[in-house]
Design a protein around this ligand. Structure first.
Ligand code: ADP
Ligand code: ZN
Ligand code: MG
Length: 491
């Protein structure tokens, strides 16, 4: 069989969470609301109405473009993109054609341990269309214009992506980036982050690209990965059996886990683009763009690098924690609550322990309960306190995990829970002395073995102290005390 490689470029739509729509003052927060309850003559496309651009959406477009390392057009404008479909009341969509907000950017993704730059072709601002519902068995469709006029950013990559894993990593990076910027919920399930990969395959070494297929209907990162994988395999098999690939749009069928044809090239539109005459072009000067740039927060990759350098976290731990803005914030707040001198070795040890609890125990509990980090009962300072309790020897690491689960459920502090359940570790010499004496008295044979040179007998005796204390003795202390006693006896 010939060797093939895939060539993938991704088009992505991100819904901005501005208070109002892109060209009118209707509420932009209508997800799940009554159909057509957030509609006015402008977004319903009545003749004679005029659009007024939402300046915040324009600024967020520039901010998004800067976050993706794009160059910014000092002059940009809107254009009309024409097509006829019942969800588009004006008969055209206000979009940007030849002068988008941003162009020639790049992002760095990491997939399967490899870092890679993906070039961004362009980023532009456009309005969303409405939504059609086709009720089963009915001979009509329903139109809901709540979403019509919602501000979107469209981001188009160069065909630099080569594998399904890279496609998924790119999608996840965009998701994290827009959440860090705070300008979109970027939720794939709710459709406010829509990822549409264009996929082709070619023989390794070929200089031309193959015919591409665009895939729609992806509502999770997992389906992005699976759909790309499926499509690559499908195209290779088609080529191997002598078929040619048809340029078309396919949809991902989640239940069948395959892509199915939606629309072919023959139905491709001529959009008859021309400049939107009802909106003036925009001019942003260098200082105005710099002003927007100064609002850029620390972005996922920067935060990841800082978590590695400041906290000494492994690359993969840092990636896990910084993949979500709220998770990263929770982690940093927990580390800060430890009140440990920055850049000290203790800080790194503490940060690593906090990381273990959060990336292990906490993420497991969050994903099983599908909870939002912002709504957790558990507070970052409580995680810091719990780690402090382990460090001071109040509880053991395994007990800490148990306490953590309770903290997560109830929001109570670790100390409260440890006390209630009698889980505190015995770290008080006086409390252990009686147990140690008792163990030595009732295990004379082991004591003699030790005195005769069998050092392993000491371990057994420590084990007995742990057993006698029902696991609550501080193991280090128990071991020290047994050793001291035995040394005394051997004098
Ligand atoms: P269209 O006009 O069909 O949307 P574009 O040229 O705008 O096509 O490209 C859309 C996306 O498809 C871009 O991300 C681009 O990088 C990618 N792309 C273009 N040609 C190919 C190809 N042969 N194989 C895979 N992806 C491609
Ligand atoms: Zn409106
Ligand atoms: Mg396209």
């Amino acid at each position: 069989m010939k060797q093939y490689e895939a060539v993938i470029g991704i088009e992505c739509h991100v819904q901005l969470n501005t208070r109002t729509k892109l060209f009118c003052s209707c509420s932009n927060d209508s997800f799940g609301k009554k159909p057509n309850s957030s509609v006015c003559p402008v977004c319903a496309g009545f003749p004679g109405t005029l659009p007024v651009a939402n300046v915040l959406a324009i600024k967020w477009g520039i901010l998004g473009a800067l976050a993706l390392n794009c160059k910014i057009n000092h002059f940009f404008k809107f254009d009309r993109k024409h097509y006829f479909y019942p969800d588009l009341p004006k008969g055209y969509q206000i979009s940007q054609y030849d002068q988008p907000v941003g162009y020639s950017g790049w992002v760095e993704i990491e997939a399967e341990g490899q870092k890679k730059k993906i070039r961004i072709n362009r980023l532009h601002i456009e309005e969303d269309a409405g939504k059609l519902t086709h009720e089963k068995g009915s001979d009509y469709s329903l139109v809901d214009l709540n979403r019509a006029g919602t501000p979107l950013l469209e981001i188009v990559t160069e065909p630099d992506i080569r594998t399904a894993a890279e496609g998924k990593a790119y999608g996840q990076l965009l998701h994290a980036t827009f959440r860090y910027l705070g300008i979109s919920d970027a939720n794939m399930e709710q459709g406010n982050l829509r990822i549409e990969p264009n996929i082709s395959v070619r023989e390794v070494g070929a200089s031309e690209f193959g015919t591409k297929v665009e895939v729609k209907n992806l509502n999770s990162f997992r389906s992005v990965e699976r759909a790309i994988h499926y499509e690559i395999e499908r195209q290779i098999q088609a080529l191997e059996s002598g078929e040619t690939i048809v340029q078309e749009t396919r949809g991902w069928d989640e239940s069948k886990q395959k892509t199915v044809p939606q629309r072919s090239k023959e139905e491709a539109h001529d959009y008859r683009y021309f400049p939107e005459p009802d909106l003036p072009p925009f001019h942003y000067t260098r200082p105005q763009i710099d002003e927007v740039k100064s609002k850029l927060p620390e972005l996922p990759n920067e935060k990841k690098a800082r978590f590695v350098s400041d906290y000494g976290l492994s690359h993969s731990d840092a990636a896990t924690l910084t993949g979500d803005k709220d998770l990263a914030g929770f982690y940093e707040a927990a580390v800060a609550a430890g009140e440990i001198d920055q850049s000290s070795e203790q800080l790194r040890q503490f940060a690593k322990k906090v990381c273990n609890l959060i990336s292990g125990e906490m993420l497991r509990l969050i994903s099983s309960g599908r909870e939002e980090i912002a709504n957790l009962k558990l507070k970052p300072s409580q995680v810091a306190e719990l780690v402090g309790m382990v460090e001071q020897g109040d509880i053991s690491t395994s007990v800490a995990k148990e306490v953590f689960r309770d903290m997560f459920e109830t929001g109570k502090s670790g100390r409260e829970i440890a006390e209630e359940k009698g889980l505190s570790q015995i770290s008080d010499i006086n409390a252990l002395v009686t147990i140690v004496e008792k163990v030595l008295n009732s295990n004379q044979k082991s004591v003699e073995d030790y005195l005769a040179g069998k050092e392993a007998a000491a371990k057994f005796l420590v084990g007995q102290v742990m057993k006698e204390s029902k696991g609550q003795a501080n193991p280090q202390l128990a071991s020290d005390m047994i050793e001291d006693k035995l040394k005394e006896l051997s004098k």
